[in-house]
Write a protein of this length. Structure first.
Length: 194
C-alpha cells in the first residue's frame, strides 16, 4: 500500500526544491575545495616540506661540523671549552631533530598519495550521486508540485442546497416483524450431540 503524504502547502515543496538545489550547489563547491586542498597538501608535503628539511639537514650537518671544529680548536688553546661543548650538543640535537622531521616527511610523502586516492574515489562517488540523482530528484519535486497544483485546481460539483434532498434513517422506524432471520444449522446435531 502506498504511503500517504500530508501536504499543507505547495509553496513548501517549492521551498524544499530550492533548498535542495542550493545544497547540491554547496556540495559541488565543497568537493572542488576539498580537491584543491588535497592537491595543495600533497604538493606542500612532497615538495615544500621535503626540500625544506633536506636543506635544513645539510645546513645543520655543516653547523655540527663547525661546532666540532670550534671545540677542537678551543681544546687545543685553552682548558675552558664549556660554551663550545654546549654549542656542539645543541648542533647534535638540532641535526637529529631535523633528520627525524625529514624521515617523517618522507614517510608522509609515501603514505599520502594512497590515502588521497581513496578519498578521491569517495569524492567521485559523491559527485556521481550529486550529478546523477539531484536532477532526477528536482524533476520529481517539480512533478509532485504540478500534480498537487492540478489537483487543487479541480472544482467539486456544486449542489443547490434548496433542491437537494437528504434522506434520513431512524432505527425506531423499522418493524422487527418484517425482518426474516435465516436458519443456521446446528453443528452439534451433525456430530450426534444434542
Amino acid at each position: 500500500m502506498a504511503e500517504r503524504a500530508r501536504v499543507t502547502s505547495v509553496d513548501e515543496i517549492r521551498k524544499f526544491r530550492h533548498a535542495m538545489g542550493n545544497f547540491m550547489d554547496d556540495m559541488r563547491s565543497a568537493l572542488l575545495l576539498v580537491r584543491s586542498d588535497m592537491v595543495r597538501t600533497q604538493n606542500w608535503i612532497e615538495y615544500d616540506q621535503l626540500r625544506h628539511w633536506e636543506s635544513t639537514v645539510k645546513k645543520r650537518t655543516k653547523q655540527l661540523s663547525q661546532a666540532r671544529n670550534d671545540l677542537n680548536r678551543k681544546e687545543l688553546t685553552s682548558d675552558r671549552s664549556t660554551d663550545e661543548r654546549r654549542a656542539l650538543d645543541r648542533a647534535k640535537h638540532q641535526l637529529e631533530d631535523s633528520k627525524r622531521k625529514l624521515r617523517t616527511v618522507r614517510k608522509w610523502a609515501k603514505w599520502l598519495p594512497g590515502e588521497l586516492d581513496k578519498l578521491t574515489g569517495v569524492m567521485q562517488q559523491l559527485n556521481g550521486v550529486i550529478e546523477r540523482d539531484s536532477p532526477a530528484a528536482m524533476s520529481t519535486l517539480d512533478q509532485i508540485s504540478k500534480s498537487i497544483q492540478s489537483y487543487l485546481a479541480l472544482h467539486a460539483p456544486t449542489v443547490d442546497p434548496q433542491s437537494a434532498s437528504v434522506s434520513t434513517f431512524n432505527i425506531e422506524d423499522v418493524d422487527l416483524a418484517d425482518i426474516t432471520i435465516p436458519e443456521i444449522a446446528d453443528d452439534h446435531s451433525e456430530d450426534g450431540q444434542s
